[in-house]
Design a binder for this molecule. Sequence first.
Ligand code: KIV
Length: 303
Amino acid sequence: MDRKKVTLPEIQRKKEMGEPITMLTAYDVSIARAVDQAGIDMILVGDSYGMVVLGYDTTVPVTMDQMITAAQAVARGAKNPLLVGDLPFLTYQVDPLEAVRNAGRFIKEAGMDAVKLEGGREIAPTVRAITNAGIAVMGHVGLTPQSVSKLGGWRTQGTTAEAARKLLDDALALQAAGAFSVVLEKVPDRLAGLVTQRLQVPTIGIGAGPMCDGQVLVTNDLLGLFDRFVPKFAKQYAKLYPLIVDALSEYKLEVDAHAFPTVEHSFAIKDEEWDAFLRTLDETDETHAHIQFDATADAARVY
Ligand code: KIV
């Protein structure tokens, strides 16, 4: 079925109609194509890229150039979902002008439709500056991984009355500054439900329970691409890691046993071309004449 490109008004319409919004991360062309084919509404080229692909312990070291390369690959693969580029640490916190420039790179160089940044009231003037430049912004409150050391670890946010109130005010401030939606990460489900009720723009939850307008997961977690820790909120819809190890081990076994590649994976040269080629060689060297496919072993062997 022909699908249409997802737009901001479509995301807002879903909120108003109470239709769930789906979002997943992608960092490369093949996952981007698969996410698109699955009919997901939005793709986040998240700075989680730094952890799940580049192997950093946090998202903090990720650079703008790394994000642009990943975003370009995703844009080549995904045609229908709304594409959101995640501004990495220190590309928007220092100066709103620098933030506008970096947000603009996602749009101009990588074909993103919007950008995401982390933070509440303190970042609202920056959200305003970016939206004033004509760039759509998604906010992100609750557990904001770029501030993980300030937050004292990967803990649930908004768990006291005071923190819950601050989180609501932060989300409202982002909306007032022009954010088209707000990610709520690792906050109590009731609080996420209340914020969702109070906001006119959609909330997208990750570890925020079922009452958000939409859900986002890190695709690598959903696919079970790791043999390491999986966050409580990340449901594994597949366990690909052991399947990958099995496939790689089988490849090694077959190569070791000369069982791969077979004729099926090899390329031929016509006999007359081969003979002509051999005549260009030293014809007294017998070894050349015996290079041919070993049909009995059904494997490309030189003997
Ligand atoms: O970087 C990311 O993947 C994110 C999601 C967890 C929302 O910010």
